[in-house]
Ligand binder design. Structure first.
Ligand code: NAG
Ligand code: NAG
Ligand code: NAG
Ligand code: NAG
Ligand code: NAG
Length: 531
């Protein structure tokens, strides 16, 4: 191939880049992520006042703890932080200056729980004097989503050097398709410092995720302080790699102020070796350390203590009790446990069932509904408490069996929604449909939603953000946007997802390029909007 020809190809390539990148950032595109339930917009432009203000007159919500005020400030701060603002809006026609946003919330309560109404309406008029945007919501948490959407229609204008609201007038009516839209963090395989967890929580709000599933402890380490059993956190990797009980409370409160529930997990009996560092009696023996000793009453007394402590800070309706990957060989080969099994006429699998059901009863006694990983359903589904939510992970096709049995389900099938699977691409995250093969509306209602999981064998503070984003965003749209508005072909939303990825970068989130494997470095020099 001659040099000429190569040059020609190169020029053509540059032209393509220019055309595609121009269209990705084209203001005519609707670049909101996740796509709202219903949107209409025009093609006008407004300037955001330098004194842009929050007004809440007419709202029944008193905002005693500043949830709304703080969210407003955060939304405007992320919009303003992208560039130095040089434009002075006091010098132009006031009918083109948006003075503020008026937020009307009809519920006085700031309670956040599973099923809390998250709907909102956002209206930005094209002209007016005085000119205000409007958000209407049942709860403050719906209003928070409205503020997030508003922040996504604000743009820095490089010629005016100020913030503008593009595509006015806007009329958006929005609400989530599923009530459970989760992200799982694992702080046992690697400890995550609290500021890192908080930054992840902030980034979740950009994609309207609403549950942080905190897989706190596992085989490798036990970082959380629990007052009832103060030696449990002896199983932490080191002294600095620990969370005090007050830290736990702080994470819950930080998340709640952003509309995010925290689902705490203890994964029993199979993923619990680290518990025995502080309390060796929990191990069947020194040589065989998990599952937790089913024959020892102390095991259940301790679970009761943990859940009693949990109930003081983790106020979400659900607690996760794990129950996956239980290999009962330690029970069958350790003499004193073997003896207990024999006396109680149980084999290993029966004892596994006994353990899970007993742990469920303890959780119920503390007022929780239970979530268990799917093996519990696959092995003894009929015995599970009717309040159980089955958490799918092994493969697809499980949800349909769970809801047929009348139980609720959360979908996280590993082939599509495990973030630590770096070969799971964003297209698969986007296309994974929780209601596959579930047509009966009563059964559909039993699917609470889904969750993407960041198992942390190879994740710590150094790479967590790029492992989560942008692939979690692809799942977030699947869980938020009405089915009929989702693209059948994910390539159709690619430029909007790239836009959202660049928005995350602008907000200081280390979201990886959309192209390539999970958390991969950019492949070559190019615009953010093209990779
Ligand atoms: C904007 O212009 C007004 C009127 O000229 C002036 O009083 C004000 O200080 C200016 N604000 C900024 C931030 O420059
Ligand atoms: C930026 O502002 C200028 C002047 O107000 C306007 O003409 C232009 O259309 C704006 N650009 C975009 C991308 O909206
Ligand atoms: C269960 O654990 C035993 C002992 O560690 C091991 O030999 C066996 O292969 C494991 N079984 C399964 C199914 O993983
Ligand atoms: C364990 O016992 C149950 C009956 O309690 C039986 O159905 C099952 O087949 C047994 N499992 C094994 C592996 O022997
Ligand atoms: C859904 O049903 C179709 C047709 O019966 C089947 O081919 C497919 O494998 C099912 N999908 C899942 C995830 O079970």
């Amino acid at each position: 191939m001659g040099i000429r020809r190569l040059e020609g190809i190169f020029l053509w390539y540059l032209l393509c880049i220019f055309v595609i990148s121009a269209s990705a950032v084209d203001i005519k595109h609707l670049n909101i992520w996740p796509m709202p339930k219903s949107v209409s917009h025009g093609y006008g432009n407004l300037h955001l006042s330098n004194e842009f203000e929050l007004r809440t007159d007419g709202s029944k919500f008193a905002d005693a703890s500043s949830i709304l005020k703080d969210a407003f400030k955060r939304s405007i701060d992320v919009v303003r932080s992208t560039h130095v603002i040089e434009f002075n809006t006091s010098k132009i026609d006031p009918s083109l200056v948006l003075k503020g946003i008026r937020v009307v919330v009809s519920s006085p309560s700031d309670e956040l729980q599973h099923g809390t109404d998250e709907s909102y309406k956002l209206h930005v008029p094209a002209r007016g004097s005085p000119l205000y945007a409007h958000i209407e919501a049942k709860t403050v948490y719906g209003a928070l989503h409205g503020l997030e959407t508003f922040s996504q229609v604000c743009h820095y204008n490089i010629s005016s050097r100020g913030i503008q609201v593009h595509q006015v007038p806007w009329a958006i009516a929005d609400q989530p398709r599923f009530s459970y839209r989760g992200l799982m963090l694992d702080t046992s395989r690697h400890y995550l410092p609290i500021p890192v967890i908080k930054k992840v929580i902030d980034s979740m709000t950009y994609a309207k995720l609403n549950v942080l599933h905190w897989h706190i402890v596992d085989t490798q380490s036990f970082p959380l302080e629990l007052p009832s059993y103060p030696k449990l956190w002896n199983g932490a990797y080191s002294i600095p790699e620990r969370y005090t009980f007050a830290d736990g409370e702080e994470i819950v409160s930080y998340a709640k102020r952003r509309g995010i529930n925290v689902l705490a997990e203890i994964d029993v009996p199979g993923h619990a070796e680290s518990w025995g560092v502080g309390y060796p009696a929990l191990w069947p023996s020194k040589d065989c350390k998990q599952p937790l000793d089913v024959s020892n009453e102390f095991t259940f007394k301790l679970i009761d203590g943990i859940l009693s402590d949990f109930s003081k800070i983790f106020k979400y309706k659900f607690v996760h009790l794990g129950g996956d990957e239980v290999n009962t060989s330690c029970w069958e080969t350790t003499p004193h446990v073997q003896k207990w099994l024999h006396k109680n006429r149980m084999n290993g699998s029966k004892a596994y069932e006994y353990f899970v059901l007993r742990a469920q009863k303890i959780a119920l006694s503390h007022g929780y509904d239970i979530i268990n990983w799917e093996e519990t359903f696959n092995n003894f589904g009929k015995k599970l408490n009717p309040k159980t939510v089955v958490h799918n992970w092994l493969g697809s096709g499980v949800a349909q069996n769970v809801v047929k049995a009348g139980l609720r389900c959360i979908v996280s099938n590993q082939d599509s929604w495990y973030l630590d699977h770096l070969d799971a691409l964003w297209q698969g995250f986007y296309s994974n449909e929780p209601l596959t093969n579930i047509t009966d509306p009563k059964q559909q209602a039993l699917v609470l939603g889904g969750e993407v999981c960041a198992w942390a064998e190879h994740i710590d503070a150094s790479d967590i953000e790029q492992t989560i984003w942008p692939r979690a965003a692809a799942a977030a749209e699947r869980l938020w946007t009405p089915y009929g508005k989702l693209a059948k072909d994910p390539e159709k939303v690619k430029s909007r997802l790239s836009y959202f990825r660049c928005l995350l970068n602008q907000r200081g989130v280390a979201a990886a390029p959309v192209d390539g494997l999970g958390r991969e470095a950019p492949i070559e020099p190019a615009s953010c909007y093209l990779q």
